[in-house]
Design a protein around this ligand. Structure first.
Ligand SMILES: *[C@@H]1O[C@H](CO)[C@@H](O)[C@H](O)[C@H]1NC(C)=O
Ligand SMILES: *[C@@H]1O[C@H](CO)[C@@H](O)[C@H](O)[C@H]1NC(C)=O
Length: 315
């Protein structure tokens, strides 16, 4: 039995004899609707409030209490939500996560220029895929799972920075064909900002809530696994991150913002470099999870706090 107490099924009570069939029809319909809604476990009307996760120092907080992330990564939710045959997988994984007591799922809010693309070409969106993302957010809410939504890929899967660079180059305004120009080319930066704005201000067609106002979203992740290999000082990436985090915050002050690093700990780190051997980027980040949960409120105020799994503080 759910949270609903079951009312007596509505039925015909009184009325002119000739209306009996109509009453019965309405009663059956209402009962069917009741059963249907009950069967969907549609609890939002009676659920406690679902608020934004915030930050206090290095802790996440929800409703004034510490919030602990038990998370997982299912990058494929939007993609699988597009077609009828695969859509049930989305609800199934979210339900499974919820039943395990998990609280946060990280997934892609991008697909640039590839199969089932959300952004089909620069600034052009496929509404069908956007509705799939809407569905992911609504389903997550239904299962009380919060989402880390990643906004672009460093890698070529699902388009990524390479696709942006190609678009800019094809349009004759790109500075370079190098992948790294994603981070420093002013045109590409503005393309990406336009993308960010479209996502953040998207009004979910199922819930009517704009993404930037939706507490189902735990954090925005600027990029999946960012790297700018042409600048080992990290300055180019740092500059890009600061600009983009600031831009996200200019549209949406309610959500946390994360970079999306995998956990670069630097080559001097005795135990830390195992994460990404040979990688040099050592920008400030807060590492709260061995995977990549470097969540920050504002990059400007971000402290360098990192711990490897054995608790030592690397380089
Ligand atoms: C943040 O945490 C500190 C220490 O735990 C507490 O004293 C303070 O009230 C908290 N601030 C907010 C805004 O919750
Ligand atoms: C762009 O990056 C991908 C990997 O992310 C790599 O395979 C490809 O060769 C790169 N292209 C250029 C032009 O650097």
């Amino acid at each position: 039995m759910g949270l609903w107490s079951r009312p007596d099924p509505p039925g015909p009570k009184r009325g002119a004899a000739g209306n009996g069939a109509v009453y019965l029809g309405i009663a059956t319909l209402m009962y069917a609707i009741y059963m249907f809604v009950g069967g969907l476990d549609f609890r939002s009307a009676v659920e406690p409030e679902f608020n934004f996760v915030g930050r206090n120092g290095t802790r996440f907080v929800l409703d004034g209490k510490p919030f602990f992330v038990n998370g997982w990564n299912s990058y494929w939710l939007m993609d699988q939500a597009v077609e009828d045959f695969s859509r049930p997988r989305v609800g199934a994984i979210l339900r499974a996560g919820s039943e395990l007591g998990l609280t946060v799922c990280r997934t892609w809010a991008f697909n640039d220029g590839t199969e089932r693309a959300l952004q089909v070409s620069l600034g052009r969106f496929d509404e069908r895929v956007f509705q799939a993302l809407d569905r992911v957010v609504a389903e997550a809410r239904r299962h009380r799972i919060r989402l880390i939504l990643s906004l672009v890929n460093n890698l070529q899967e699902h388009g990524g920075k390479t696709q942006y660079v190609k678009w800019a180059w094809d349009a004759g305004i790109g500075l370079s064909t190098s992948n790294n120009s994603f981070f420093f080319d002013p045109s590409i930066r503005s393309y990406f900002k336009a993308y960010v704005k479209t996502i953040l201000t998207r009004k979910n067609h199922l819930t009517g809530v704009e993404y930037r106002d939706d507490p189902t979203i735990f954090a925005w992740e600027l990029m999946n696994e960012p790297e700018c290999m042409s600048d080992p000082t990290g300055d180019t990436l740092q500059d890009w991150m600061e600009e983009m985090a600031e831009y996200v915050k200019s549209i949406d002050k309610k959500h946390l913002v994360t970079v999306g690093f995998e956990g670069f700990m630097g080559q001097q780190a005795p135990r830390g470099s195992w994460c990404k051997p040979g990688r040099l980027v050592q920008n400030p980040w807060i590492g709260l999870h061995p995977q990549q949960q470097n969540l920050i409120h504002r990059l400007r105020f971000c402290a360098y706090i990192s711990r490897s799994l054995d608790g030592s503080t690397p380089g």
